[in-house]
Design a protein around this ligand. Structure first.
Ligand code: 5RP
Length: 290
């Protein structure tokens, strides 16, 4: 109980200062609830509106592939340079120190491996995402795949319901089948379907004409890095994506398979947050390289 003897009348009402009503720093998110915005603000830096997410969820379908054989050795040293960590719950719990305090984008679907047919996934229990204190939940969509498109879209809209009930943003991840053309028409369609079905963030791939993909997607897009490229090319990919309207990257192999992952993630951060050109980013990489 407060001490009732000392209740002072308020004096500082700032009558000459109307309360500010600021827009939120991410497109399409102005009307979200406070908890959603707070979690999104942990992922996307409010000062730049961008993010460098570090993806290391590869093992959940591929096992100990190159660069994630030992997450404790390969990924943990990168944690301090990432804005957000994207991984599956088993690896997060066993290898990522809870003291790191980095927002987690939790891989929230599972069900198959590269040894069988991909994307026959089910969603995890949202209570587990809450237990792990997830700042976002990521789920795969297989747009254009006759066998799994409907199932994966249903997974997304169910997860979006659960996310909105608990204030956890959902990231739709566009999986690309082997036979699909990787162009702006396809990525524009897949990204828009993610957003229309409730994704608060979309993860997709960069392509020619990417500004059309970002323009018609009403929520922030982050790009996957894709297969390992030489560092200068990966930095150029990040630069072009940001220039064409992406709100960040969610890179895996181009960081953790780099000859110097710690230098690379910082160089990517320079391009994403500080507006470095690809050449300046590459110079930063070389300066930091051990
Ligand atoms: C696909 C994913 C992966 O995390 C993604 O592909 C990112 O990794 P990379 O930059 O290595 O492509 O979301 O399920």
């Amino acid at each position: 109980m407060a001490d009732l003897d000392d209740i002072r009348d308020g004096k500082e009402f700032g009558l000459d200062k109307p309360a500010e009503s600021k827009g939120f720093h991410l497109k399409g998110c102005d009307h979200l609830e406070w908890g959603m915005k707070n979690r999104l603000s942990r992922i996307f830096r409010p000062d730049t509106g961008k993010t460098v997410m570090l993806a290391f969820d590869h093992g959940f379908i591929m096992g100990p592939t190159s660069g994630v054989e030992r997450v404790d050795l390969n990924i943990v040293p990168l944690v301090e340079y990432a804005d957000c960590l994207m991984g599956a719950r088993g690896i997060i719990r066993s290898c990522i120190p809870p003291t790191s305090n980095k927002p987690i984008c939790l891989r929230s679907d599972a069900g198959t491996s590269i040894l069988t047919e991909l994307n026959h996934n089910v969603i995890i229990d949202v209570e587990d995402a809450l237990r792990i204190n997830a700042s976002a939940m990521a789920i795969m969509l297989a747009i254009g795949d006759p066998a799994t498109e409907a199932k994966t879209i249903a997974n997304l809209y169910k997860l979006a319901d659960l996310g909105s009930r608990h204030g956890i943003p959902v990231m739709g991840v566009t999986a690309v089948g082997k036979d699909m053309t990787r162009d702006a028409r396809y990525f524009g369609l897949a990204s828009r379907i993610c957003a229309e079905n409730g994704a608060n963030i979309v993860k997709t791939y960069y392509c020619e004409g990417f500004s059309k993909v970002t323009a018609c997607c009403p929520v922030p897009i982050v790009i996957a890095g894709g297969k390992k490229l030489p560092e200068d090319e990966a930095l150029e990919l990040a630069y072009k994506a940001i220039n064409d309207g992406a709100s960040g990257v969610d890179m895996g192999r181009n960081v953790f398979q780099s000859e110097d992952p710690i230098a690379m993630i910082q160089a990517v951060g320079g391009v994403v947050h500080d507006g470095l050109t690809p050449a300046e980013g590459f110079e930063k990489f070389n300066d930091l390289k051990k």
